[in-house]
Design a protein around this ligand. Structure first.
Ligand code: GLV
Ligand code: MN
Ligand code: MN
Length: 420
């Protein structure tokens, strides 16, 4: 049995709750969207905590935050642990923040013990995981893994027309003394703690989820274009009403794609109507589709149905479909999964294998180094909601399992096998 003194559970919880004050919403949630003032304030707080413990802060061109506990061999590939600090507009206190604060607690506790790891241990907060203000998400981890170029990321605009590039420059200007790391560097392993965001651990009364992989996801932005006109005078049969086209198309998409099987997840989460005036026939509707399934063949077939159904139901309006995300299901590193299972067993924490239904930065890290995730339960499986909640004991248990795996990796001389 490994002692839970690998971390300070009280400090972790106190800091997690203090972080949740930045961007706190009236109903107990968090609104701390990517590259906002709130995220900048969160960076200040997290950097202060890290520097107090002797870690050094750095960033990169994609606005990722790195907090490094220096190892003996500065040239050895580092061990990366982290998650994200941005939230949904009506998000909770845990999605992302729990993973960053658990990772910071692991590194701070390590530093406090006066031990020096063989490798650098780097705590990371990835830029824009949520993809709400700037879509799609996971921009920081995608840039790190080379999935998307920096210029494409910088060009994305939010609803107010502000570009991610302008906001990245503002973030960097707020931290003029932070050194820049290269965009993407060789890493030995990546570990991410996250709440499950679903009900399985809670229902099974398990504390640790050993995440096998992440289900596949496709997202699209669809524009239906018609023509505006006077609501009182334009004859019904002459209208090219984009909102009426949306209603037909959305109903067909929900009926056909939503019924593929019990595992399909189909969501239209954002709809914009133009000109959005009560007495003007709507000329244009822009909407997003979030489509997920664990089986890549089913996901591909469902993705193809999106275009077919839009083209069938939108006329007389025209349809333009932009695919935004095309991420197949992935498997996490078996060796790291075995280490997480063993850490849970050593610490007396009931665990189970679990497929992540939500997306995470670890998906992209898995393309460039061995990667794995630890899940902890969240109350009623609720997430992306203000009442998201995780039990303090579960947060501590997850962080302690993360500490065991991260410490073992960071203390091991190279070359180590991820699963050794
Ligand atoms: C991540 O936030 C997701 O929507 O899966
Ligand atoms: Mn998250
Ligand atoms: Mn999220």
């Amino acid at each position: 049995m490994v002692s839970v003194s690998l971390i300070d559970a009280d400090r972790l919880w106190t800091r997690l709750m203090a972080l949740a004050e930045i961007g706190a919403t009236r109903d107990g949630g968090v609104n701390r969207q990517a590259l906002s003032d709130g995220e900048i304030a969160a960076w200040h707080r997290v950097i202060d905590w890290a520097e107090e413990a002797g870690l050094t802060a750095a960033t990169d061109a994609a606005g990722n935050l790195f907090l490094t506990l220096a190892g003996r061999d500065r040239t050895a590939p580092p061990i990366l642990i982290g998650s994200h600090l941005d939230s949904q507009p009506t998000g909770g206190k845990f999605d992302g923040a729990a993973g960053v604060m658990a990772a910071l607690e692991v590194a701070v506790s390590f530093a406090e013990k006066g031990e020096t790891p063989a490798h650098d241990l780097i705590v990371i907060a990835w830029m824009n995981e949520e993809g709400c203000r700037f879509a799609p998400g996971m921009m920081g981890s995608e840039a790190f893994a080379g999935v998307h170029g920096l210029e494409a990321i910088r060009a994305v605009r939010d609803a107010d027309g502000i570009s991610a590039g302008e906001e990245l420059d503002r973030l960097h200007a707020s931290f003029p003394d932070l050194p820049r790391k290269p965009l993407g560097f060789v890493a030995a392993a990546y570990l991410e703690l996250h709440s499950e965001q679903g009900p399985l651990l809670d229902t099974a009364e398990r504390v640790i989820g050993v995440v096998t992989g992440i289900q596949g996801k496709k997202t699209f932005q669809v524009v239906l274009a018609g023509a505006e006109g006077h609501a009182g005078t334009l004859p019904q049969q002459e209208r090219r009403d984009a909102l009426a086209a949306f209603a037909r198309t959305a109903a067909a998409l929900h009926d056909e794609i939503g019924a593929i099987d019990a595992e399909i997840k189909f969501t239209i989460g954002r709809v914009t109507v133009e000109p959005n005036a009560p007495s003007v026939v709507p000329a244009r509707v822009t909407f997003t589709i979030d489509l997920r399934h664990p089986d890549n063949a089913v996901l591909d077939a469902a993705g193809a149905r999106v275009a077919a159904l839009c083209h069938r139901y939108a006329p007389p309006c025209t349809v333009t479909i932009a695919p935004l995300v095309d991420a197949p299901s992935n498997d996490f590193d078996p060796g790291l999964r075995a280490r997480i299972r063993r850490a849970a067993h050593d610490q007396g924490l009931p665990s189970m294998a679990i497929l992540s239904a939500a997306g995470h930065d670890a998906r992209h890290l898995a393309k460039v180094c061995p990667a794995a995730m630890i899940f902890i339960p969240c109350r009623d499986g609720a997430s992306h909601v203000e009442h998201e909640w995780a039990n303090p004991g579960h947060v501590a248990a997850g962080a302690s399992a993360l500490a065991q795996v991260a410490r073992d990796l960071a203390l091991a001389d190279l070359p180590f096998a991820a699963g050794a």
